[in-house]
Write a protein that binds this ligand. Structure first.
Ligand code: SF4
Ligand code: SF4
Length: 83
């Protein structure tokens, strides 16, 4: 499942946008400029569950990803990544 951002926890640092190699957050405007500009999950279907956005996030719980069970064996932290 694509990432889900908790807008109450997210501080708008934009690290998840920077680290994503796909267009998941495409079109996110002015992220990192202020706390009001938060990432937008624009193309969730292109997420390939690499978990890098979760790992890059400095706020525990601000971004979550449900990794498909078949892929979760590749993540030693378990299917929720930063939990
Ligand atoms: S899991 Fe990977 S591909 Fe999916 S949004 Fe995060 S960084 Fe992008
Ligand atoms: S890395 Fe985390 S805190 Fe920073 S913009 Fe993304 S979800 Fe928000």
């Amino acid at each position: 499942m694509p990432p889900v951002i908790d807008l109450n926890e997210c501080i708008g640092c934009g690290k998840c946008v920077d680290v994503c190699s796909e267009d998941v957050f495409f079109g996110t405007k002015d992220f990192g400029k202020s706390i009001e500009h938060k990432p937008v999950v624009t193309y969730p279907e292109v997420c390939w569950h690499c978990n890098l956005c979760v790992k890059a996030c400095p706020v525990a719980g601000a971004i979550r990803l449900r990794i498909p069970l078949a892929m979760s064996v590749a993540y030693k932290d378990g299917p929720l990544g930063n939990s």
